[in-house]
Design a binder for this molecule. Structure first.
Ligand code: TRP
Length: 431
C-alpha cells in the first residue's frame, strides 16, 4: 500500500541547522523510500499566526523553499507546495472547525502556554490571543487530512497536534462517513535521535532561544563563527574530555556516520582541544553543506524558478485536494441543487401513518382532521364547542373505524373516497 508522508514548516524565520537535521533531511530521506508518496509544504498560513511583518513572511517563504530544493528534494517525485496556494485547505479548516470541540482546543499547548503566561502576569486570560492562535491545531489538521497522510514527521512539540488531528478525523468520520473512513488517522513520526539537536547553549536549537547555527546565511564563515560560539567546558588541550556531556558532540553526530562518531569520541577522550574539535565539526558539516550552499545561492538569485516549481506543486496537490473536498462537501450536505429529496419526505411517505390532528381555529371552536401520510386531508370535522368533545369523536373513529363515520360530524376531503378513509383508519387501528 502507498504510504503518504506529509510535513510542513512554518515560514517565519531563516532556516537553521535544527530545521535541516530535524525536519528537512529526514523528510527528504522518507520521500525516497519505495512506496512512499510525499507532500511537503510551506506552512505560510501558519506563519500569519505568529508574524505580522509581511516582508519577513515573504523572505522566509523564499528561503525555506530554496532550502528544501537545495537540500535535494526531488520536486518531480514529491508534491512540494505552499499551503496558501491550496484554496481547499481553508475550506476544509471550516468543516473541521464545526466539529472541533472548544474544550479540546483550550488544551492545545500553544494556546495554553499563552493563556497561562497571561494569568501568571495578572492579565486577562485571553489578552493578546488571536483566534488564529486558538484555532491553529484545526488548520494543521486540515493540512494533514486534506491529503489523508499516514505519516507526519514532526518534532516532539507537535505530537499533541497530531493527536488532535486524529480526534477530529474520527469525529468527522463518525458524523458524516456513514460507515466509510473518509479520513485516514495519521501517525506522528518523531525521530528521537535528531528531534533534539542542541543549539549553541545546549538547549534545543530554536529561533526562540536565539541559539541557532545558520544553515546558509553568512556562508562558510557564518558556520565557523557559530560553531566557535558553542558552549563547552573549560578543559584545556591535553585533558581528557567527556563526549557524553558535550553538546558539540551531539551536533557533530547529527552529521557523522558510526565510524566518524567513534573516531571523534576517541580523540576527545584522548585530550583533543576544543578549538581543534570545533574545526573538525565545521569541516564535517561543511562537507554536506558546501554543495547545498552553492545550489541555494543559485536558487535565491532566481526566485522565479522557485515560484514556478511551487505553482506546479500546487497544481499537483489540488488534483488530489479538489475531488476529495467535493466528496467532503457532499458528505456534510453541501450539494448541488439537482434531484434534491425534501428532507425525510421520501422516507416519511413510506414509513409514516395517517394521523388525526386536533386544533383550535380563530373562531374559538375546536376541530380535527384526519390527514393521510402525504398530508392530504381525508376527513375534516365540523366545529366542536370543546376540545374534549372533539377528542371523544376522534377516539370513537379510532376505536370503531369506518363504521363510526356516518354518525360523526365529518366531511370527506376533496376527491377522497370512502375506501381511502377506510384504509387510513384500518392502518391506524393496526398500530
Ligand atoms: N505547526 C508546525 C510547526 O510549527 C508546522 C506545520 C503546519 C505542520 N502544518 C503542519 C507540520 C502539518 C506537519 C503537518 O512545526
Amino acid at each position: 500500500m502507498i504510504q503518504r508522508v506529509l510535513t510542513g514548516i512554518t515560514t517565519t524565520g531563516t532556516p537553521h541547522l535544527g530545521n535541516y537535521v530535524g525536519a528537512i533531511r529526514p523528510a527528504i530521506a522518507a520521500s525516497r523510500e519505495p512506496g512512499v508518496e510525499s507532500f511537503f509544504f510551506l506552512a505560510d498560513y501558519h506563519a500569519l499566526i505568529k508574524c505580522d511583518e509581511p516582508a519577513r513572511i515573504e523572505r522566509s517563504r523564499l528561503e525555506i523553499a530554496a532550502t528544501w530544493i537545495a537540500a535535494g528534494l526531488d520536486t518531480e517525485r514529491a508534491t512540494f507546495y505552499r499551503q496558501s496556494d491550496i484554496v481547499e485547505i481553508p475550506e476544509l479548516t471550516w468543516l473541521l472547525t464545526c466539529v472541533a470541540s472548544k474544550g479540546l482546543m483550550n488544551r492545545a499547548h500553544a494556546y495554553k502556554a499563552a493563556a497561562d503566561a497571561n494569568l501568571a502576569a495578572g492579565e486577562d486570560v485571553d489578552a493578546g490571543i488571536t483566534m488564529g492562535l486558538f484555532s491553529y491545531p484545526i488548520l494543521m489538521a486540515a493540512d494533514i487530512l486534506m491529503f489523508n497522510a499516514h505519516r507526519v514527521p514532526v518534532g516532539r512539540d507537535q505530537v499533541q497536534h497530531i493527536e488532535m488531528t486524529r480526534d477530529l478525523a474520527q469525529r468527522f468520520n463518525h458524523l458524516f462517513g456513514q460507515g466509510r473512513e473518509l479520513f485516514v488517522l495519521p501517525e506522528a513520526n518523531v525521530d528521537e535521535r535528531v528531534a533534539m539537536l542542541p543549539g549553541l547553549d545546549g538547549r534545543k536549537m530554536s529561533k526562540s532561544y536565539d541559539n541557532t547555527v545558520p544553515l546558509f546565511e553568512g556562508g562558510a564563515k557564518g558556520l565557523r563563527d557559530a560553531i566557535a560560539r558553542v558552549v563547552t567546558d573549560s578543559k584545556l588541550p591535553g585533558e581528557p574530555k567527556d563526549p557524553d556531556s558535550a553538546h558539540l558532540v551531539s551536533i557533530f553526530e547529527a552529521f557523522a556516520d558510526d565510524a566518524e562518531r567513534a573516531a571523534f569520541r576517541a580523540e576527545l577522550t584522548a585530550g583533543m582541544g576544543w578549538g581543534d574539535a570545533k574545526a573538525h565539526v565545521v569541516k564535517r558539516i561543511e562537507r554536506d553543506m558546501g554543495p547545498m550552499r552553492a545550489r541555494y545561492a543559485e536558487l535565491m538569485a532566481h526566485p522565479e524558478r522557485i515560484e514556478e516549481t511551487l505553482l506546479e506543486g500546487a497544481r499537483k496537490a489540488r488534483l488530489v485536494a479538489a475531488p476529495f473536498l467535493a466528496e467532503l462537501r457532499d458528505a456534510v450536505g453541501l450539494r448541488r441543487m439537482v434531484a434534491v429529496a425534501a428532507p425525510a419526505a421520501a422516507a416519511k411517505a413510506k414509513l409514516a401513518l395517517p394521523s388525526f390532528k386536533q386544533y383550535r381555529e380563530a373562531d374559538g371552536k375546536f376541530y380535527f382532521k384526519l390527514a393521510a401520510a402525504d398530508g392530504r386531508v381525508l376527513l375534516q370535522s365540523d366545529a366542536f364547542e370543546s376540545g374534549r368533545e372533539a377528542g371523544q369523536c376522534v377516539a370513537r373513529l379510532k376505536a370503531e373505524g369506518i363504521a363510526a363515520v356516518p354518525d360523526a360530524p365529518v366531511a370527506h376531503g376533496v376527491g377522497v373516497s370512502a375506501q381511502d378513509v377506510a384504509d387510513a383508519l384500518t392502518a391506524l387501528a393496526a398500530q
